[in-house]
Structures are given as structure tokens and as C-alpha cells.
Design a protein around this ligand. Structure first.
Ligand code: PHB
Length: 391
């Protein structure tokens, strides 16, 4: 110790405060806050796992690994998109690794599977993707940064009605978010005077969309509304284009899941003119998003970020903000309280966590596929601000 720090130490000791060096040692001795990321890195939803991990890692790369004075360490586990694995991994992470929170969940059933585990252990779970409205209500330890399907769907139902569409058929994946989307679409479209002629559901596990799309076309509606989880967007849109819905005079609409940004260029020019509603577009014009997209593509060459990559990024951001709020206290109930009411500027625009429901509040944008500089992008042309889950 030099003279100056000896004096400071003496004064600190006299005041009963720990010396600066002791403080520094204490901070260093604080163990890292461990966060379990449970992601589908293999299987049908592997594209979601890749995006979420890239998003979370990017947040850490750009913002350092300290939050609230503690080091934050991600422990990544692959659930293969299988709910039993998600539950087992959540238990292991909580009991063996003593994580402060878990995060991820590429599909609704995967999130639902951890509900009882987090409730019992009092450990927060940050939902980065799963979008069925009711999930967050199944445990007081869930918080969601992604979206809900009713929230995403209501605006496109309104757009369709306001743009002269009188009849519609919906085609969705046959599970939680698909049913949510279908119900929300019908409720809003019919409240505005439209008629949903038929609601069709394709199995989630082995998607064969052709017969459903053919049936939809045969019914000759003004619009066909689509929802599938993002990893199935390419397969769905190929069938939509093969069946010639647009040539038959049908306006193709949906939530942005059906026209995933990651796959948009591969889907190709047949997607031009399709109108969707969504919380995030890679083309969103804010400085935060320009930085996010350019850094994401630098770190993951050839990969355009989509809503799921964004979920990983904002999920990590939410965890950092909560730890800042608690000054590094990662005890389950303290951390959970700290998520409530958070608000920040995401690459998607301004967002917050509703303190009552722990669900995401955000803008939903109406977008049309356009070609710019040789690539396909969603161009946002209308905004429904500060949308809550309408359930
Ligand atoms: C879900 O399973 O909740 C889910 C997954 C992917 C999406 C939307 C919803 O794009």
C-alpha cells in the first residue's frame, strides 16, 4: 500500500467502513450470477436456438459481462425442442448449477413445461420466444420479452377489414399460438364486419400445408390469414406460392412468423406484396436497430436477425437491467420484482414489462414485403403503439 491508500484505509477503518481494497476483494469474491439458457439447438426448431443464442451472446459482447456489479455467466443447454427435456434441464440448472434465472423456450409447450418447476423453486424464467397468451399467467415467475399471438394478430385483422377484405380463411399450426392467432383474428375481423369462412389447422409436428392451402383457395376468400412458428415459414410460403393464391386474387396476410426475416430472401420474390403485422422487422429504421442488425451480421455472417434473435438480445438486456436494479442481488423474489415495470428502447422500438401481468408491451407494425438494394425486406408502414396482450 502506498501512503495515500494507507491513509484512506485508516480513515475508512476509523469510520467503520471496509477499506477500498477489501471492498474490491469482496466484489471480486462475489460469485458470478449464472443464467441457464434452455434452447432448441437441434431438431425441428434448431433455427430458433441458433438465433436466440446469437442474440444473447451479442448483447453480452456489446455490453460486457458485468451487471449490478456481478459477472453474468450464461450456461447453454439444448432441449432439442422436446418439452420433457426442457423440464429436466430446468431442474438440473436450478438444483445443480444454482442458476439465478432460466431463459429461452423456443416453443409454447417448452415454456409451459417449466412453469411448475420455477414456481416451486421461486426462480424467474425469461421467455424469449414462446407466444401463447396464457403462458405468463401459469407461474408468477414468468416474464416475457417476446410477444403474444393475440397482440401480433389484432392489427392485421383490422388492416384487412379497413382495406376492403370482407371474407377470410385462416390457416395456422395446430397448437397454442395457432389457436390464439385464429381466435384473435376472427374476433377482431368479425367485430369490424368481416366473416371468417373457415379456420384450418395443420399439424405442428409434420407440417403438410398443401391440402389446407388448396381448401383455403377453393373457398375463394378475399384474404388468407397465416400463422406458423418461424422455423416453418419457408416450407409454408413455398406451398402458398405453388398453389397460386395471389394469382387467384387472394390477399395473403398473417403475423410476421409466416414470413420470417431470416428466410425472407430464400422465400423469394413471390413474397412481394404480402402484408403482415409484427413487433419486429430487420429493416426497422431506428439507430438501435441499425446497430443491432449490423453487429449481429458481423458476428454471424450470412444470418439476418429475426424476432427470435431479437428475443435473445432483449432477454439478456432484461436480465442485465433487473440485476442493475437489485444491485446484483439475484435472489429469486428480488430479481422477479425487478423485472416488473422495466422499460427500455429495444431495436424493435420502445418496450416495457407490464408490472401487473409481467408480459411485454410494445408497438406492432404493419409491413409489406418490398425489394430494396437487391434484397427483400419488410417495410413498416403503420404502427399500433404500446400494445398489451389483449387477452
Ligand atoms: C410458440 O410456440 O409459442 C411460437 C414459436 C415460434 C413463433 C411463434 C410462436 O414464431
Amino acid at each position: 500500500m502506498n501512503r495515500r491508500s494507507m491513509m484512506i484505509a485508516a480513515v475508512a477503518a476509523a469510520l467503520g467502513a471496509p477499506a477500498p481494497q477489501a471492498l474490491a476483494q469482496q466484489a471480486a469474491a462475489q460469485p458470478a450470477v449464472k443464467i441457464g439458457l434452455i434452447l432448441p439447438m437441434t431438431g425441428q426448431q434448431a433455427a430458433s436456438g441458433r438465433q436466440m443464442l446469437a442474440g444473447a451472446r451479442l448483447y453480452q459482447a456489446l455490453n460486457g459481462d458485468m451487471a449490478g456489479g456481478r459477472k453474468v455467466e450464461f450456461i447453454v443447454k439444448d432441449d432439442g425442442g422436446v418439452a420433457d427435456q426442457t423440464r429436466r434441464l430446468a431442474q438440473e440448472l436450478i438444483v445443480n448449477d444454482r442458476v439465478a434465472a432460466i431463459a429461452g423456450f423456443g416453443l409454447t409447450p417448452l415454456a409451459l413445461a417449466v412453469g411448475p418447476v420455477i414456481t416451486q423453486a421461486k426462480v424467474p424464467a425469461v421467455i424469449m420466444v414462446a407466444g401463447t397468451g396464457m403462458i405468463v399467467g401459469t407461474s408468477p415467475y414468468f416474464v416475457r420479452v417476446s410477444f403474444t399471438l393475440p397482440q401480433q394478430t389484432m392489427p392485421i385483422a383490422q388492416w384487412a377489414s379497413e382495406n376492403g377484405k370482407k371474407t377470410a380463411v385462416s390457416v395456422v399450426s395446430d397448437y397454442g399460438p395457432g389457436l390464439d392467432a385464429q381466435n384473435a383474428f376472427k374476433a377482431r375481423f368479425e367485430a369490424l364486419g368481416g366473416k371468417v369462412i373457415e379456420q384450418l389447422r395443420a399439424p405442428l409436428a409434420s407440417p403438410e400445408f398443401a391440402p389446407f392451402l388448396q381448401r383455403a383457395k377453393d373457398l375463394k376468400p378475399d384474404a388468407v390469414f397465416l400463422f406458423v412458428p418461424t422455423p416453418q415459414a419457408g416450407a409454408l410460403m413455398k406451398q402458398v406460392l405453388d398453389r397460386g393464391l395471389r394469382e387467384a386474387g387472394v390477399q395473403v396476410i398473417g403475423t410476421g412468423d409466416a414470413l420470417d426475416d431470416e428466410q425472407l430472401n430464400a422465400i423469394g420474390e413471390g413474397a412481394l406484396g404480402v402484408v403482415t403485422s409484427y413487433n419486429y422487422s430487420a429493416s426497422h429504421g431506428s439507430p438501435e436497430n441499425r446497430r443491432f442488425v449490423s453487429e449481429f451480421q458481423k458476428a454471424n455472417p450470412g444470418l439476418r436477425p429475426n424476432v427470435i434473435g431479437l428475443g435473445g438480445y432483449d432477454g439478456a438486456h432484461a436480465i442485465y437491467l433487473a440485476l442493475e436494479r437489485t444491485k446484483g442481488d439475484a435472489a429469486g423474489d428480488r430479481l422477479m420484482e425487478a423485472f416488473k415495470g422495466l422499460s427500455w428502447t429495444s431495436p424493435r422500438g420502445p418496450i416495457s414489462i407490464d408490472p401487473e401481468t409481467r408480459d411485454i408491451v410494445q408497438n406492432i407494425y404493419i409491413r409489406r414485403v418490398e425489394k430494396k438494394d437487391g434484397e427483400l425486406w419488410h417495410t413498416e408502414f403503420a404502427t399500433f403503439p404500446d400494445q398489451k396482450n389483449p387477452n
